[in-house]
Design a protein around this ligand. Sequence first.
Ligand SMILES: [Fe+2]
Length: 386
Amino acid sequence: MRRIPIKKLQAGNILAVPVKLPRTGVILLKEGLALAPRHIEYLLQYGLAEESCYVFDTSEHSLLPQEDIIILQNFRTDILQSIESIELKRTLAFTYTALSDLVKEMKAGSQISLQPIQDASEQIARQVLENNGVMLQLAALKIINEYTFCHSVNVAIYAVSFGKFLGLKRHTLRELALSGLLHDIGKLSISPQIIDKPGELTREEFEQVKRHTYEGYRRLVKKTGVSNDVLQAVLLHHERCDGSGYLLGLQGKKIHPWARMLAIIDIYDALTSRRCYRDAVLPHETVDYLMGLSTQGALDFDMLNLYLKNMPVYPEGCQVSLSTGEKGTVVETPPGIPLRPVVEVSSLARGKQISKEAPADPLGVKRKRVDLCINPTIFITSIDSR
Ligand SMILES: [Fe+2]
């Protein structure tokens, strides 16, 4: 972050703190905004040319085209700043645009063009193959501000990562990404008041929601270039192995494997996301819930176990709070034990001190490592950020 005179601002600079009117404190522009020329003009019109503001240091970010920078305003700036790869940022911007355009076409009832979303699927598959850890972190930290887009992209990332773990070919990974991006596309045929309703749905409303799987299938089945695997994943992702799901009430292996996979991923990402009507459920609590569902027979037990082997539930770099009151960063996840990572504590609970034996980093700062595998009474109580 650096301080810069407002008269020297350039399009593409991202505000690190809000710009306020000096005397009244009224906020003119919000933190995280990627400035367009009109924003700078707006500040100058207020006579703030000689004032200063704070922008993120974005030497890499500024290499992006202006359109991508503006699209990336829909993403969490704090996380974007930590992404070094320009190619990854462009993938995120491209995917967001492809999804937005598809949503607009669906809402307008016009012909939908799937080529951009297929290209986005290819890019996501490539990024997961090259940067699996980073992509899983982005999914865990919910990088896109809007839930619907964030959820679709996350499901795509988790599906590709799982497919990679299973050794699937690149072409198949691209198809998996496509099914993740499109799995809920049928929701656009349902009234937003019902989809976003915070309270319990009436019976009639729920009947409408249930149709989103078929509506998505119906729109895609007419298009060329959508494989049967993708269609089955879209149509059957709410089926449950014990027959309790919808729309067809299929059971067990009669449900396409991709749909059984998406069922797990869909619930995992939905529960770990914060919604306007509830807080995010913690990953280990979500895993408990999924295990419960698979034990009851609703989810594919073997697939869930395989999935959890691949999932770093708390990815490295994730900042967490512990039940001890301490805050820290996840630095390691033991293979096969995703729920009990090693946390490097950066702030201690009141009254505690880091021991003299604690290792020091190159700057001489002492840090304490808490291995949750050997400290069974300590728990992660929240994910704070990255
Ligand atoms: Fe769905």
